[in-house]
Design a protein around this ligand. Structure first.
Ligand code: TYD
Length: 141
């Protein structure tokens, strides 16, 4: 599975650091929604879903957490611990997040507004979707 980690240019000087996120520049889609996860309790594992359409870019603005990404064929585990790096998660990727540090703030940029019907929350259904997309030559999952 190809994991796309987008380097985000840091504008730094003696005062500190600044990163700008701009659609069509360092963000390869139109940003419709931004949300962030914080105060995640120790030992919590969350996510456990894939999306049919939604694409997202995740930035660990502070602290770190791990991502398990699964395209139905391969599982990849990634540590996200750098505010100057954005993890692109395409559609039809199962994700789980875990090992959140106490200070972790995970910011997510999304190319769609929130739509519960876009979620696949059952892993078996996810695998069936991947299988049928392959059979029809649909999604490049
Ligand atoms: P949930 O999908 O369970 O989070 P995750 O899968 O990342 O662990 O979302 C938690 C709650 O927040 C759930 O009730 C749906 C709601 N929610 C929104 O209202 N808008 C959003 O943009 C997101 C991501 C979640």
């Amino acid at each position: 599975m190809h994991i796309k980690l987008i380097p985000l240019q840091t504008h730094g000087d003696e005062r500190g650091a600044l990163i700008s996120l701009e659609e069509g520049k360092n963000i390869p889609f139109s940003i419709k929604r931004v949300y962030y996860l914080f105060k995640t309790k120790e030992g919590v594992r969350r996510g456990f879903h894939a999306h049919k359409v939604l694409k997202q870019i995740v930035v660990a603005v502070r602290g770190s957490c791990r991502f398990l990404l699964d395209d139905g064929c391969e599982k990849v585990d990634i540590l996200l611990d750098n505010p100057a790096q954005g993890l692109l998660i395409e559609s039809f990727i199962w994700r789980e997040m875990y090992e959140f540090t106490e200070d972790c703030v995970l910011m997510v940029l999304a190319d769609q507004i929130y739509d519960e019907s876009d979620y696949i929350r059952n892993y078996e259904v996810f695998l069936e979707n991947i299988g049928s997309a392959k059979n029809t030559g649909g999604a490049d999952a």
